[in-house]
Design a protein around this ligand. Structure first.
Ligand code: FAD
Length: 386
């Protein structure tokens, strides 16, 4: 009985078959080495999964966010971590939706073939955090170039990407009517930028997630790398963020299944006091509770994704899916670790790895409090709290 995870069986079977070639040992070794799963990401790219959202005319499979979410879910459900490559999915969608014909023709076929990677998105800044409209990075037009100055933090996969989408202010805050206006998004050629106005400083962190501080000192970008209209970048980024939240919800759902499967299997097999520990309700109930919440989160994920695919507003659903899924996967992680007793802490069980990996999603890409504020204000009509 797995109603929500019985849908899209063809995609699930194919992604599972690919993931089966990368067993727990592979992901464990990469985690221990703090490495990047190059072979895994290459295999996903070659099989076309990373190009799911690229329209067929540009060499992709022209699938929707719904199917993309199933791909991400299956990667995590198989023990992998989509965090190594999910950026490409939602970033390329920004290009598909808001890029010019020339940009689409220039970039999308190369992303589809794997010749280029678009894994990075630079939004967060150290001094302004979640208060994005206050960001300090600026882009100033000089002739046929944009000149970028400022700083970003927590920008992921920069060392494993060729391109990055960057959000910068193009009209000073004091000169715009609404603070969400006057920001623009740009395509940055990472390899060209490093050493020519962009410096990358890796941040050592709790998960094996390649993430960095970026410093911009007169980085020049050609004018044709502005995406969409000048000044509308924040709006474009928000569309991308809804896709990102929906995909990350799906990854948490995959983690949640992985964790509840492992917990139930161990609860059945581990005998203490002469009976399987799973016979005790104190062991069963947290696992069952997490499973129920994962199923519910999955329904909200499909609602968000289907709305996105049909062009409807999905801000509330994407946020709520992310909230429910991150909470459910974290509860599943806690239950799974507790069920395994001391063995949960041993690296070879992979549970402590998933525990760390799934915890991230209570904070990134949007923290739980900010989702609650969004729902309170935009869905329930209460006053804005900040
Ligand atoms: C591993 C990792 C990878 C990341 N990758 C990227 C990336 O690729 N690109 C990118 O742009 N960003 C990335 N981020 C940044 C991430 O999106 C932010 O960390 C996240 O949005 C939270 O912002 P912050 O860290 O600035 O926290 P802050 O904004 O400083 O908030 C700190 C805490 O205070 C709470 N808080 C703040 N204001 C309020 C309020 N008004 N009401 C209630 N609570 C409040 C928040 O909920 C949070 O818990 C990444 C972060 C991490 C940890």
């Amino acid at each position: 009985m797995r109603q929500t995870s019985d849908q899209f069986q063809d995609i699930r079977d194919a992604v599972r078959a690919l993931c089966a070639e990368f067993p727990d040992e592979y992901h464990r070794k990469i985690d221990a080495e703090r490495g990047y799963p190059d072979e895994f990401v290459d295999a996903l790219t070659k099989a076309g999964w990373m190009a799911a959202l690229i329209p067929e005319e540009y060499g992709g499979s022209g699938l929707g966010l719904t199917e993309a979410s199933v791909i991400m879910e299956e990667i995590n459900r198989a023990g992998g971590n989509s965090g190594a490559c999910h950026g490409q999915m939602y970033n390329m969608n920004t290009l598909v939706r808001h890029g010019s014909d020339e940009q689409r023709r220039r970039i999308l076929p190369k992303l589809a073939s794997g010749e280029l990677r678009l894994q990075s998105m630079g939004v967060t800044e150290p001094t302004t955090g979640t208060d994005t409209t206050q960001l300090k990075t600026t882009a100033v037009k000089k002739g046929d170039r944009w000149v970028i100055n400022g700083q970003k933090v927590w920008i992921s996969r920069v060392q494993h990407s060729d391109l990055m989408i960057l959000l910068a202010r193009t009209t000073p805050l004091a000169e715009v009517k609404k603070k969400s206006e006057g920001m623009s998004i740009f395509l940055v050629d990472i390899k060209e930028a490093i050493g020519n106005g962009m410096e990358v400083k890796p941040i050592a962190n709790m998960v094996n997630h390649e993430t960095n501080e970026l410093f911009f000192d007169n980085l020049e970008i050609p004018e044709e790398n502005l995406i969409g209209e000048e000044g509308k970048g924040f709006k474009y980024i928000l569309t991308g963020l809804n896709a990102e939240r929906t995909l990350i919800a799906a990854e948490c759902i995959g983690d949640g299944y992985w964790l509840t499967d492992r917990a139930a299997a161990y609860a059945n097999e581990r005998v203490v006091f002469g009976r399987p520990i799973g016979q005790n309700q104190g062991v069963q109930f947290p696992i069952a509770e997490a499973f129920i919440e994962i199923e519910a989160a999955s329904l909200m994920r499909f609602d968000a994704a289907q709305r996105y695919d049909s062009g409807q507003d999905c801000g509330a659903q994407a946020n709520m899916a992310k909230y429910l899924a991150a909470k459910a996967s974290w509860e599943a992680a806690n239950a799974c670790l507790q069920t395994h007793g001391g063995f949960g802490f041993a690296n070879e069980y992979d549970i402590e790895r998933k525990f760390r990996e799934t915890r991230l999603y209570q904070v990134a890409p949007i923290s739980t409090n900010l989702i609650l504020s969004y729902v309170a204000e935009h869905v329930l009509g209460m006053p804005r709290s900040f």
